[in-house]
Design a protein around this ligand. Structure first.
Ligand SMILES: Cc1cc2nc3c(=O)[nH]c(=O)nc-3n(C[C@H](O)[C@H](O)[C@H](O)COP(=O)(O)O)c2cc1C
Length: 419
């Protein structure tokens, strides 16, 4: 039994049941998403810090202009006036998504991972603009992630594509699913797919920093499938988190899942946005190097490599240019932690890194090395080169390994041809 024996049915279309999960900020690049789409699967881009991402790709100046506009707040812990221009949010979103979807060549689809905890000092309006612009730009699907808000569907219910765009949610428990569905049923717009993310995933987690290991994906998926059956709801269920081999994936499909969402294996692909040197850190990581901590300002636990540079940040909050994680009223726990650390600094000594990190900067600069629990197994998926570094597989090689491998085997990439 292999993944290729199954297909994901979604809105009258059929896909290879492999979804590459969204990885902000621009780890799941356009190129990575397109690789899945070309092979008939589903690729995600993430709209986290879309303005900043546009600056990197297209040379726009959204970040520099915003920083200039609000420069007077650089030394002020009160960031309530540091707001995003909604026209620019819409423009950046459209630019990035049109650029991606216009390059589709296959039978797959491109979805957007929309992290709702990106509150941007104006949670509802910025979210409305992000989602509406994504639909305007022709995105195939919207995956509502971290911070799932019951009112999100209300925000976009008047958009002409509200019923045609695919809408999915990421949940980590039946309880969260049941609450969301109640609201969705009232709007007569139930989600088109449900991603069930377990405790071994990368990024932010829907589990506590101390008890995540007491949960397991298989149990939660079984509970979700049972719940949907009881409610007579036919919504594709897509497990995520720790699905490392094609055999792992096929087992979920055999138990009734419609697809799988995977990410960690692709973090080291040539197409992923992480710098090449960081990909080597991921591959070299041992299990003890992978931690779940509360350094993220979102309030959610996050999994990352212990030696992520972001964990030793002592920089001034960087909200004037970025500020994507500012809550309404201009609050961020890094601002509080930074000024507290500054106050406690002894004369002549350096400031001690606060317990929170400037995640906007950490993610933008690829200094927050978030990763899935299985990262320590990445070295089993590729080849060591003569100089001791690891070959980076292509996204296609990883995708096809998931699709066709069996018996827990992992097909190593073709050795790169040397000049
Ligand atoms: C580097 C990395 C970054 C991630 N970033 C996000 C994100 O921005 N939003 C999100 O909803 N999920 C994020 N995730 C979770 C993935 O989309 C996916 O659901 C999960 O990691 C799948 O498990 P696996 O990594 O064990 O395959 C991230 C995962 C990784 C590895």
């Amino acid at each position: 039994m292999i993944v290729d024996n199954f297909r994901l049915q979604l809105g009258g279309k059929e896909y290879v049941p492999i979804v590459i999960g969204g990885m902000g900020v621009n780890i799941s690049t356009t190129e990575l998403a397109l690789a899945a789409e070309k092979l008939g699967g589903i690729g995600h881009i993430s709209d986290a810090e879309a303005g900043y991402v546009c600056d990197q790709i297209f040379g726009t100046s959204y970040t520099a202009n915003k920083r200039k506009k609000y420069s007077e707040y650089a030394n002020n812990p009160d960031k309530s006036a540091v707001l995003f221009d909604l026209h620019e949010v819409a423009e950046a979103q459209k630019k990035y998504i049109e650029y991606t979807v216009s390059q589709k060549t296959g039978n797959g689809a491109i979805f957007l991972n929309c992290m709702e905890k990106l509150t941007m000092n104006n949670a509802s309006e910025t979210l409305r603009v992000r989602l509406a612009s994504a639909m305007d730009a022709g995105i195939d699907g919207l995956t509502l992630a971290a911070g799932l808000n019951l009112r999100t569907l209300d925000l976009i219910q008047d958009h002409p594509r509200f019923r045609d765009v695919k809408i999915g949610i990421i949940i980590s428990s039946v309880r969260a699913l049941a609450i969301f569905l109640k609201r969705a049923v009232r709007l007569d717009r139930i989600p088109d797919y449900i991603i069930v993310e377990g405790p071994l995933a990368g990024g932010h987690l829907g589990f506590g920093p101390l008890d995540w290991h007491t949960f397991d994906l298989r149990t939660i998926v079984t509970e979700v499938l049972d719940f949907l059956k009881k409610e007579n709801l036919h919504i594709p269920v897509i497990p995520a988190g720790g699905i490392f081999t094609g055999t792992d994936a096929a087992e979920y499909l055999a138990m009734g899942a419609s697809g799988v969402q995977v990410a960690t294996r692709f973090t080291i692909s040539q197409e992923a946005g992480l710098p090449a040197a960081v990909k080597q850190h991921y591959i070299n990581a041992e299990e003890k190097d992978i931690v779940v901590n509360m350094a993220s300002t979102t309030g959610y636990p996050m999994r990352m490599l212990r030696n992520s540079p972001t964990l030793s940040y002592t920089m001034k909050p960087n909200c004037e240019g970025l500020g994507y994680l500012l809550e309404n009223g201009g609050k961020c726990t890094y601002i509080d932690a930074y000024y507290k650390a500054l106050e406690e600094k002894k004369p002549g000594e350096k400031i001690v890194p606060p317990e929170k990190t400037c995640l906007c900067t950490g993610m933008a600069r690829y200094d927050c090395w978030t990763c899935g629990h299985m990262t320590y197994r990445l070295k089993d998926t590729t080849i060591r080169l003569a100089d001791g570094s690891w070959q980076l597989p292509s996204a296609e090689e990883i995708f096809l390994d998931y699709q066709f491998s069996k018996d827990q085997q992992i097909r190593l990439p073709e050795p790169a041809k040397t000049a």
